[in-house]
Design a protein around this ligand. Sequence first.
Ligand code: FAD
Ligand code: GLY
Length: 379
Amino acid sequence: MAYTKGSADVVIIGGGVIGLAIARGLALRGAGDVCLIERGTLGAEASFAAAGMLLPQVEADAEDDFFKLACRSRDLYPSFAAALREETGIDVELDTTGTLYLALNEHDNEEIEKRCGWQKRAGLSVDLLNVAEVRELEPCISESALGALLFPDDIQVENRRLLSALANSVNNLGVRVFTETNVESLEMKRDRVEGVQTSRGPIRCKSIVIAAGTWSSFLLRSSVLPDPGMQPVRGQMICLESKPHLTRHVLYSPRGYLVPRQDGRLLAGSTSESAGFAKRVTAGGISSILQNTLEISPAIAELAVVDTWAGLRPRPADGLPVLGACGEIDGLFYATGHYRNGILLAPLTAELITEAIMAGVTSPLLAPFSPDRFSSQPV
Ligand code: FAD
Ligand code: GLY
């Protein structure tokens, strides 16, 4: 067994999209000796299971703090994707065709009218289309659709290519990556971090970033540190083959979605289940995804099923991400709880956590998501 060198400037726990993006951000800013520790292989958990949709507007009911964070991160994607291509030669297939949010019954119709109303008043890009206009854009859409919202700025990325690009980038930038290495505990001395204990030995460090997705609370439960009470929310996915392409847009309804990939895969998702850490595909899950996506486009009935999988979304007790410095312990940072939006939030999370570690500055965008909201002691 290879042992870890005993010290680093920053230790990042977790090699999903969040840990990788932060490792890259820190290395680009010259943070010194950055060490990323992953229990299994890089990018094999929720980040691999995701659909890659970048949809702050589609899913928003109001212009709140989360919406501002999500839009800002989405808007970083073109430069993020271009920089990763420059650094690694990998195209993350940022697809800017846009998203259609379909109304498939009267209740959906009322919802899209409300969403269209507030977003237009806020000056955001959104168009209300009647059924003829929707079917002209995407003829595969169900004849029972009543209309749709077109969100031209809500786009998608190929998240598995994104993970490969980030892994390549951190490797090129000299981040020390340990896979198959479990972080067993955080080590503190009085009110500052001292290091981590891993399955390959201890590492002393000045800063620790918790980016362990749905497993983050296991690192916190036996201590007095703020614990967001992370719960896994299982999402299952079906991969269809669609050659020629059935749709160019991401097709979204309140019950399901279809996401076309450049290579002809068509992702059909998803479920939201409390099933503990059982990351499996079930007959009931497949059945509900098919029901909800056939409602969007009956034409998928003819497509071949080429793959299925499941992943665990990291959901904190209040459903919001947990981002920034821990007020109780110097050198401890949280970057977790991204729930349904970790791919979307990765570029901004990386930028703002890097800034917090290197400059000691907490952006006003991060303040509402502080881990201190879960503190049992006044900070
Ligand atoms: P993960 O990718 O789960 O990574 C955490 C890593 O930490 C894991 O690799 C794990 O092995 C490691 N780890 C845990 N504990 C330890 C330890 N003690 N020591 C060392 N390593 C440890 N988001 C979007 O933005 N758009 C979407 O379209 C979208 N679709 C989704 C569809 C599905 C079906 C699912 C399941 C999720 C979807 N998401 C989507 C959500 C997104 O996938 C997550 O929010 C995101 O991947 C979280 O990233 P992460 O790096 O925090 O977690
Ligand atoms: N954001 C899509 C999902 O979590 O299924």
